[in-house]
Design a protein around this ligand. Sequence first.
Ligand code: AMP
Length: 459
Amino acid sequence: MNIYNTMSRKKEQFKPMNDKRVKLFVCGPTVYDDAHIGHARTYISFDMIKRYLEYKGFAVFYMQNVTDIDDKIINRSAEVGADPEKLARKFEKRYLEDMKAVGVEGVNFFARATDHVPEIISQIETLIEKGFAYETETGVYFDEAKFPDFGKLSRRNLEDLNVHRVNIDLTKKNPGDFALWKKRDEEPLWDSPWGTGRPGWHIEDTAITEEYFGPQYDIHGGGLDLIFPHHEAEIAQMESASGKSPMVRYWMHTGFLNVSGEKMSKSLGNFITIRDLLEDHDPQVFRFFVLSTHYRSPIDFSEKTLEQAAKSLKRIQKTVEKVNELADSAADNSEDDAYFTELLENYRTKFLESMDNDFNTPKALSHVFNFVKELNKSFEDKNPSEKILKDIVAFFYEFGEIMGFDLAGKSVASDEYLSGELLDIIKDIRQKLREKKEWELSDDIRSKLTDLGIDIEDN
Ligand code: AMP
């Protein structure tokens, strides 16, 4: 199978470093607000990628970092008067719930930046020792000039870059030198060999991947916006610290999601969180919409495209229902079987070829859709046997598994999501009753929840 590598700007044959084992790292969220539908686009795409790699027989270990210390978190905490750690934990929890709601469940390990400060410090020490980083009164910085390959992923060169850069921190040697450690004396802070402070943004990812994957691994993903400067900085840090190149075999980047042709932003009033979306849309329909566009292309969200996705998914679900029904009363053998076997094999091959070609889901979906059309037409005058009908259903289920669609027609994820939300409402009401000293009613709620197997402890 082929994967487009941002580094070479080409599709390359996929060969992991370790035969059938794949180490996949995707930049996770900065947890200061609810995740939006652009995040969902990126993470649904990588979820499909993991699912397909597993279908092909690879054992994939998928890791995401969680940026739980950052200026955005500190600024948001100050705005709302919250403790930065509590705020980050709250939005991390909500992020995990949102991902589950849209069927993204394949991440094997989430690594928080704040749980890896010793690894971060150790990588910075190596960079200083090897002469790639230096300390000033404001922090520790990566010395871009020491890494001549800087810009190889985004195809920019340092001299051109520096023409437009202004050095706002005059303690740095060059304007593009980026912070590995920020010296600070206000919370949240950690001790380090350079005094108290906190890590820069780029270093958390390479410290985390080095810890669990080593200095070289198979796939690194994220949205297109991360190519420069984030991923460029990661390459500079890791390749300088280890002396090994390439840090990553395949760089994969998702295109951006826009809303009705415009960039999503709070100021434009077109900002849609995953929670907003799921108030009146089925998560499976959103997945179908996301996967109807190639993961590298931009995608435009609108009610109209979502309606189209809902119709297409319904049509496939209805066909699966029909094939299942026909199988219940079909004969053991039929002279039409050769026809259906060929039809199935033909579309199955086309489906897999599209997926092998850099996960071309729109193409793959169009083959499934044509298969659905031809099947429905042939049922008018042909009678397949039970066996071939079961093979057809098996293909649809296989397809559903790869894309993350429940082709039985019900949305399990949204039910679970709803029950979690409902429980929060019930807990909230009970808390309010307790504040009003309505003990009898609040005990009654607790005992009814206990009957359902849900224990509530007040402490
Ligand atoms: P952030 O929390 O902003 O650091 O983003 C987490 C991930 O979501 C990164 O891989 C981003 O590239 C990706 N992302 C953010 N906004 C969008 C968007 N509008 N469309 C697609 N991906 C996005």
